[in-house]
Design a protein around this ligand. Structure first.
Ligand SMILES: [Cu+2]
Length: 370
């Protein structure tokens, strides 16, 4: 069971977001928000930050937790992982027990992943640090996944675009929801990081959590993440059909056990992808489309998902998202299909010249009545 869970989570860079959030930082610098840089020292494991969503969730707190350290190999080093993926400078790991923002009851409002160096300086592509992807799960008690029969719930994911995820309608405030946690919950993650520099570097994963302490707010709905995948509950990666430039990958419908409100959804594709359609009872409720970077030259690193590498190829820069999608009813059939066109957008190829595996995923968030 365990290995299949981890396989199912070996997904690529992911930006799950409820809405295209406006400037949530309200003009504050990182320092003003409370992010510390400790010159030639090590930044604290837990930092209190200024809350950003008090207007949605009165009394909310915001905290940054650092996880690590993680030793990134040089981009020139060949590792077991780089042999597998063809991507140099990467490392993957499972985090078994991660510190939570609260020990007892609290409710998550937003989360945002990041990457830092020892002193707290942001690790980003310009200085070599790449957050390839993270998928976070919560286990313990009666936790189970919303879509697949896993004894853990997949609730958060991010790629290097580091898009914040909201567990409620924090922009328009029409639906009140959060992701409640209890003392028995355990956080775990599947993580892939990457180095762009020709020297090893140590980095720390960060997660900024905004949350409300105490039991779930009366009358608030519960946020659920639905991991919709063309491999259904499989390993997410699909070998492109041989000899085809255009193809469609489709998922078996998932039947909702929930009543609630659909908050938002965004797709995930690899290069060559055009769009992900999300269906509710055979009607498209979101057409999540890929936009590509302009091709540029001078860099050899390949990667999965949105980025700005200069390797002479156009790559997926962003996937559009949809929000406020209306009601979700028990019995609704929800599914996706993913469309690829290698004639229009170049697909990734291995050194041997074969197309590498692709994905078709969408993460749908709903506020459900529980
Ligand atoms: Cu992927």
């Amino acid at each position: 069971m365990k290995s299949s869970i981890f396989l199912a989570l070996a997904a690529g860079a992911m930006g799950a977001v409820i809405a295209d959030l406006p400037d949530i930082h309200k003009g504050m610098t990182r320092e003003q928000e409370g992010h510390k840089v400790v010159a030639s020292g090590i930044a604290p494991e837990v930092q209190q930050l200024v809350p950003l969503f008090n207007d949605y969730a009165p009394g909310s707190k915001r905290v940054k937790i650092r996880y690590g350290k993680f030793a990134l190999p040089s981009v020139n080093a060949t590792t077991a992982m780089s042999k597998l993926t063809g991507e140099q400078g990467t490392m993957t790991t499972m985090l078994g027990t991660m510190k939570k923002p609260c020990a007892g009851d609290c409710s998550l409002i937003t989360m945002q992943a990041g990457l830092e160096y020892a002193n707290g300086q942001v690790a980003e592509p310009s200085n070599g640090g790449w957050l390839h992807h993270i998928v976070m799960l919560v286990g313990g008690g009666s936790r189970k996944d919303s879509v697949c029969s896993l004894p853990v719930e997949r609730f958060f994911s991010s790629g290097n675009e580091r898009t914040p995820t909201a567990f409620g309608d924090v922009v328009n405030k029409k639906v009140k929801s959060s992701f409640p946690l209890t003392a028995s919950d355990r956080f775990m993650a599947q993580l892939e990081l990457m180095n762009l520099l020709p020297k090893p570097q140590d980095v720390w994963l960060t997660v900024d959590y905004e949350f409300v302490d105490g039991p779930r707010q009366p009358g608030w709905k519960v946020a659920k993440a639905m991991w919709l995948d063309v491999t259904n509950c499989g390993a997410s990666s699909v070998r492109p059909p041989a000899g085809k430039q255009q193809f469609k990958l489709a998922m078996r419908p998932w039947t909702s056990q929930f009543d609630g409100e659909l908050l938002g959804v965004g797709g995930h594709l690899h290069d060559g992808g055009v769009n992900v359609n999300v269906y509710q009872n055979n009607k498209v409720i979101c057409d999540s489309r890929a936009t590509y970077t302009e091709p540029a030259h001078g860099h050899k690193v390949k990667r999965d998902g949105p980025h700005d590498m200069n390797d002479g190829m156009a790559h997926i820069k962003q996937m559009s998202t949809c929000s406020e999608l209306g009601p979700l009813k028990k019995g609704d059939k929800i599914f996706i299909d993913a469309n690829y066109d290698f004639a229009k957008f170049a697909g990734m190829k291995s050194k041997a010249g074969a197309y590498t595996e692709v994905m078709g995923i969408a993460i749908l968030y709903a506020a459900v009545n529980l």
